[in-house]
Design a binder for this molecule. Structure first.
Ligand SMILES: C[S@@+](CC[C@H](N)C(=O)[O-])C[C@H]1O[C@@H](n2cnc3c(N)ncnc32)[C@H](O)[C@@H]1O
Length: 246
């Protein structure tokens, strides 16, 4: 049932949903956070021109960013109307299929080609029915030494009011997808190593949300403690970026 709902999501959100997807990230209330996240992902990718598989690309705003930076991108999504919108989005940026092409299929059952340098799940793996199958697909798509990046919500996502509303209204999956689960499935798929990095939004929170008048204040000390913990002892339950190497 959830896959049918994933496929029907764009139509169910109507013209407003279509406009939101077409103009993302600028149409999104979290535009600044989205831009910080995509910038961070780009610093973790191999340099362009590498082949990149954007899994669950939706309206393809991320795919367009990667392609404009010089990657040879394949955007992939299960919903045919999302892919139609993604093609329109690509065309309006003056990109062609040479820079960005698309696959419309289920990321839990992609035929492995082992010819991508990198693959990314950007806010899409938590919509999977079977995250293990999706991560195995990504593994099979990658060259030896290739990397998979995930940018996914951790524990608590499935119980937050926005997620509950989306599940009730549209029937889509809004699962918790913490690093612990991604790493376990990644190791089962055959990935050889992993890194867990904080969500850029969390770093912004520490650096910018509050102004510390004195560097030696208890608040500033606690903020630094939190920062070091995020970097060197990350919580495997929290929303995070995970980097898996094949
Ligand atoms: C929250 S949206 C994120 C889209 C895009 N990555 C973004 O950041 O705007 C999740 C996307 O995953 C896609 N999706 C869900 N299940 C999928 C599956 N089994 N295979 C491929 N795509 C899937 C949905 O169609 C949707 O476009």
């Amino acid at each position: 049932m959830s896959k049918e709902s994933e496929i029907g999501y764009l139509a169910a959100t109507g013209e407003a949903g279509r406009q939101h997807s077409m103009l993302k990230p600028f149409s999104d209330p979290f535009c600044g956070i989205n831009l910080t996240s995509i910038g961070t992902i780009m610093t973790l990718l191999p340099a362009p021109p590498a082949r990149l598989l954007d899994l669950g690309c939706g309206g393809a705003w991320t795919s367009v960013f990667y392609a404009l930076h010089g990657y040879k991108v394949t955007g992939q999504d299960i919903a045919p109307d999302m892919i139609e919108l993604a093609v329109e989005n690509r065309d309006r940026h003056g990109l062609t299929s040479e820079h960005l092409d698309f696959l419309c299929n289920d990321y839990e059952a992609i035929e492995g080609t082992a010819d991508y340098d990198c693959a990314v799940f950007f806010d899409s793996l938590h919509h999977a029915d079977d995250e293990g199958a999706a991560i195995r697909s990504a593994y099979a798509a990658l060259k030896p030494g290739g990397i998979l990046l995930t940018h996914e919500p951790g524990e608590g996502h499935s119980t937050n009011p926005h997620s509950i509303a989306a599940m009730e209204q549209y029937g889509v999956n809004e699962r918790d997808m913490p690093p612990s689960l991604i790493i376990e499935r990644g190791m089962q798929a055959g990935f050889s190593s992993f890194r867990v990095l904080p969500m850029p939004a969390e770093l912004l929170h520490v650096f910018f949300e509050r102004h510390y008048n004195k560097w030696y204040s208890i608040e500033a000390f606690n903020a630094m403690k939190r920062l070091f913990r995020m970097l060197y002892k990350p919580k495997l339950s929290a929303s995070s970026i995970v980097v898996l190497t094949k």
